[in-house]
Design a protein around this ligand. Structure first.
Ligand code: SAM
Length: 446
């Protein structure tokens, strides 16, 4: 078998795509290797969301140039979000690259790689293509928990974001294709799925007949053998009362909601073209907590967006405290070529962005730790997914609210089981607990 080395940058959607690529190439007799020096083909699945992510790829390509100098037959490919945006720059800055292709061409990866090997490159494929559900995956893929892409693209046109240009317009997979994929995964031992989309809560409106995420969740809930459903990423703009009701009513949907805020200042939100105000966002949080009091929230926040003043930043800090997020992903604004925000005149200095980044992370850590501490004494449902990293004699798993829990299974519990654990300690990055007795084994949240 030929050897494939895959390097994945960026979000869960890229992780999902990489698995599909590994699966499709396996059908062409390529097996995965961790050793890049042994590979016949090296593919970099890239992220374009921030400049830093792109620079990481160019720096890796620099390293691979030396490898290629020793082994000219090696095929180097760049796929994913950088492909449509940076196609010419990639070939100019990294002439050692043989193949560049966008996400839409993944279904044809086998032919593209063969062409690059035959012709010695450069092969370029960044056009649009029909949406195809690919279910191929390598034997090494996680069997217990799986990502499932339910839609591609984004049409929100936030002024900071390149995604509409990297992944195209919104296109949903049919419920039938998604359910068939999930049924197949469950047949192989999967117990938890995370449905993926750039704006996953806009799912289905492009289908004929149209449908929505709430209806999809209800149908996925009916897949026998599946224990849990998560979904990400939602946009507050598309968050409907119907979806909020589904969070309450669909039993397998977990009490965890990733709801990007981006900024707590109305002025900045308007300049970002986010389509909601802080008051509307807070109303959504309140409605979700009313539907499901145990709801845990995580979010994305950008600091240093053009024109962000100290008062705007303070409004964001205040929102983080007020919502009480379990987890906050803080990003320094990165000027992306071709986006409206990149052309805004009042760019924020790097040292100011760095300072706000540090200050917001401190607040987020304190708020998250308080949420975690409030779980001590509770009995929580845990899906066991492996051995504890802290102690090989213990098991690890996640709560429905997405916290890691380490506990002693006393030889009675296996990976893949769903058990109840009484939380005894909240540590900085995880919880500790003891296995609940059968009488105690009442699920706290649902
Ligand atoms: N589609 C989702 C949304 O807009 O809510 C999130 C997609 S994006 C892959 C993940 C996060 O990256 C965004 O939520 C945002 O916080 C951050 N991001 C996007 N563009 C950025 C930029 N130009 N600079 C810094 N962070 C950015």
């Amino acid at each position: 078998m030929a050897k494939l080395h895959l390097i994945t940058y960026g979000c869960q959607m890229n992780e999902y795509d990489s698995e599909r690529v590994a699966g499709l190439l396996r059908e062409r007799q390529y097996e995965l290797t961790d050793d890049e020096s042994a590979a016949d083909v090296i593919l970099l699945n890239t992220c374009a969301i921030r400049e830093k992510a792109e620079e990481k790829v160019f720096s890796k390509l620099g390293e691979l140039k030396r490898l290629k100098a020793h082994r000219p037959a090696l095929v180097i490919g760049v796929m994913g979000c950088m492909a449509p945006l940076q196609q010419q720059t990639i070939f100019r800055r990294a002439p050692q690259v043989d193949l560049v292709f966008g996400s839409a061409a993944i279904a044809r990866v086998g032919d593209l790689v063969e062409r690059a090997r035959r012709e010695g490159g450069p092969v370029l494929e960044t056009g649009e293509a029909p949406l195809v559900k690919i279910t191929a995956k390598p034997p090494t893929a996680d069997r217990l928990k799986a990502f499932v892409t339910v839609m591609e693209g984004c049409e929100k046109h936030c002024t900071f974001c390149v995604v509409p240009r990297t992944r195209g317009r919104e296109r949903s997979h049919t419920p039938e294709a998604i359910l068939a994929e999930i049924a197949g995964l469950v047949g192989e031992g999967c117990r938890e799925v995370t449905l993926l989309g750039q704006t996953v809560n806009a799912y289905g409106r492009d289908l004929t007949p149209p449908t929505d995420l709430a209806e999809l969740l209800a149908r996925v809930n009916d897949v026998a053998g599946l224990a849990r459903i998560r979904f990400t990423t939602s946009n507050p703009y598309n968050l409907t009362p119907k979806l909020i009701a589904a969070m309450r009513d669909v039993p397998k949907v977990c009490e965890w909601f990733h709801l990007p805020l981006q900024s707590g200042s109305d002025r900045v939100l308007a300049r970002m073209n986010r389509g909601y105000t802080r008051a509307q966002y807070l109303d959504l949080v309140a409605a979700l907590r009313e539907a499901e009091p145990a709801m845990a929230f995580s979010t994305d926040v950008i600091v240093g967006f053009p024109g962000e003043t100290e008062a705007d930043f303070e409004a964001t800090v205040e929102m983080v405290e007020r919502v009480g997020y379990d987890n906050v992903f803080v990003f320094r604004y990165s000027r992306r070529p071709g986006t409206p925000a990149a052309a805004m005149g009042d760019q924020v200095a790097d040292d100011v962005k760095a300072d706000r980044n540090r200050r917001l992370l401190e607040v987020a850590q304190r708020v998250g730790a308080a949420r975690s501490a409030a779980l001590t004494g509770r009995r929580l449902e845990v899906l066991v997914d492996g051995v504890s990293r802290r102690s090989a004699g213990e098991l690890a798993g996640r709560t429905r609210c997405n916290r890691v829990v380490n506990f002693d299974g006393h030889g009675r519990v296996a990976v893949g089981d769903t058990v109840h654990v009484r939380i005894t300690d909240a540590l900085p990055h995880s919880l500790r607990g003891t296995l609940a007795t059968p009488e105690e084994a009442v699920c706290w949240s649902k």
